[in-house]
Design a protein around this ligand. Structure first.
Ligand code: GLN
Length: 549
């Protein structure tokens, strides 16, 4: 596209959790399918500098970018939908904005001036918003504003949008996402909360151009016109967004509602190519018409909060679609697993995936799950802490190092098979100080890992402080657990596997962050395939299920 970058803002009203991230990613997908270059950024109104220090209970998964930024999980959706890497610049929090402004104040940048929310904080917000546009590679920068309009925290962001609209005129557009609640007593969808939330935006000086209305039920005839009339928008710019069967349906639902076309025209773009969504539709066809089924236990300590393992769940779904197989994820609480009950909890499973994590809680249950998968020859994938637990389990039960542990869990273990990385020992601050982002990993010839990737070297994203202790490497290798992926620079073990097992792989990195609809991750694809091969004969499965119930 010739001309300047267009800025699209996505705000939310009425309530949180309406799915701004999915709407932003869907709009971006539709624009990308028409041949435009798009990126999405998220502005988060909290004071943490990034979500890296946040507990998953507070914030769900922390998503890590190639350049090592610890970010909001919505960035995962952006990458999964667009298959374009995001970076530090794609997620900004109020904490980071203030940190920058305060640093500049100390450096004397505002010498003589009183530093204020307007213009200094809003200028810093605008600088971040436009930083992506200035790269000159994007036709569109979509900016999702976290929180709900009316929150005290998001006021400076809305003010920055107001100013940018004034400065950029037609190059700026605001999409406001709202809710049409359904009143069961009267059987009606109500538009009043939408009207109120638009009023709230208007009171801050921002007139939305497009309204996307989340609804459980179809909107009745005349409803769009009514909303349009009360909210000063075109009836065509009132978009119905019905609850979808899967998030991957949303781009197609938005296409039916012509969201992208409305946006393009409002931005003054009147000629544009048709959207090519062939690959996306092919993915959905496979996803929705599985010819097989597999049952995978996802063992973690946050299973009551599925958002904590968002990227893993999505990566399994991508891999399922590739294999035309329905992946049934059984969420297993690691704290509940013991040597005695593990067989019952994992009965009927075709695969076991042990999740990443921090701290001691639930670790012994993870180790039991791994022991069961190893001994029963069930396909196993361990990610980060899951890999470290696999090393501990092997140490304890195969090498006979009864107190083998990670120094994260037991500082004075006699057998620190997992130990703190050398460069981490000096670190005292918690924020952004782990081994983060993409590092190369060389694959050992002839191993399962090399076969899975069919490459000699790969690059994967990390988020950890502890590592396999190389002092034990030889002993492990001799006993049957080999390091099949090594970081070529630091010699850190990145992948372990057990050649004698049908499919047993532990990875120090997070493959889930790199799985997208366009490119499902090979480790997940092969893991799911292995679980399909493992599938128990139906009578045995039925029996095990019945016993479990
Ligand atoms: N707690 C472990 C470490 O810091 C594993 C981290 C993870 O699973 N992301 O090394």
């Amino acid at each position: 596209m010739t001309g300047s970058t267009k800025y699209i803002f996505v705000t939310g009203g009425v309530t949180s959790s309406l799915g701004k991230g999915i709407i932003s990613a869907s709009l971006a997908k539709l624009l990308q399918a028409r041949g435009f270059t798009v990126t999405i950024q998220k502005l988060d109104p909290y004071i943490n500098v990034d979500p890296g220090t946040l507990n998953p209970y507070e914030h769900g998964e922390c998503y890590v970018t190639e350049d090592g930024a610890e970010t909001d999980l919505d960035l995962g959706h952006y990458e999964r939908f667009l298959d374009v890497p995001t970076s530090q610049a794609n997620n900004v929090t109020t904490g980071r904005i203030y940190q920058n402004v305060i640093r500049k104040e100390r450096e004397g940048e505002y010498l003589g001036k009183t530093v204020q929310v307007i213009p200094h904080i809003t200028d810093e917000i605008k600088r971040h918003i436009q930083a992506l546009g200035r790269k000159g590679i994007y036709d569109f920068v979509i900016t999702e504003v976290g929180g709900t309009v009316g929150d005290i925290e998001s006021l400076p962001y809305i003010e920055a949008i107001r100013q940018l609209r004034w400065e950029k005129g037609r190059d700026c557009l605001v999409v406001h996402l709202t809710l049409l609640p359904f009143l069961h007593t009267t059987g009606e969808l109500k538009t009043k909360p939408t009207q109120h939330s638009v009023k709230e935006l208007l009171s801050l000086g921002v007139q939305p151009d497009v309204l996307v209305c989340r609804t459980e039920h179809p909107m009745l005839k005349g409803m769009k016109e009514k909303i349009a009339l009360f909210c000063n928008v075109d009836a065509r710019a009132v978009i119905e967004s019905r609850d979808a069967e899967t998030i991957y349906d949303v781009p197609l639902l938005m296409q039916e509602e012509q969201l992208d076309e409305v946006v393009l025209r409002k931005l003054g773009i009147t000629t544009f190519p048709d959207a090519d969504l062939t690959h996306w539709k092919d993915f959905l066809r496979r996803y929705k018409n599985p010819v097989a089924e597999t049952h995978i236990a996802l063992v973690g300590k946050y299973v009551e909060l599925k958002d904590a393992y968002k990227s893993i769940k999505e990566a399994l779904e991508h891999a399922g679609a590739t294999n035309e197989c329905k992946v049934d994820i059984h969420w297993v609480h690691s704290e509940k697993l013991t040597l005695k009950n593990v067989a019952k909890h994992l009965a009927g499973m075709d695969g076991v995936l042990v999740a990443p994590g921090f701290g001691h809680r639930g670790i012994e249950g993870k180790i039991e799950a791994i022991r069961f998968a190893r001994e029963q020859r069930i396909p196993f994938l361990g990610i980060c802490l899951g890999m470290q637990c696999a090393v501990i389990e092997f140490g304890r039960h195969v090498l006979g190092l009864q107190e083998a542990n990670s120094t994260e869990m037991a500082q004075d273990t006699p057998d620190p098979v997992i130990a703190m990385m050398e460069e981490q020992k000096q670190v005292t601050e918690k924020g952004g100080t782990m081994r983060l982002g993409a590092y190369p990993c060389r694959l050992q010839e002839g191993t399962l890992a090399a076969q899975v990737y069919s490459r000699k070297q790969v690059s994967e994203r990390h988020r950890h402080r502890y590592e396999f202790n190389n002092a034990y490497l030889e002993r492990y290798g001799k006993a049957g657990m080999v390091a099949s992926g090594i970081n070529p620079n630091g010699k850190l073990v990145e992948i372990v596997e057990i050649p004698g097992h049908p499919w047993f792989v532990g990875v120090q990195f997070h493959p889930e962050y790199r799985s997208t609809v366009a490119k499902p991750h090979p480790l997940f694809v092969h893991f799911v395939k292995a679980t399909m091969a493992h599938t128990l004969p139906t009578p045995q499965r039925t029996k095990e299920r019945a016993e479990k119930a």
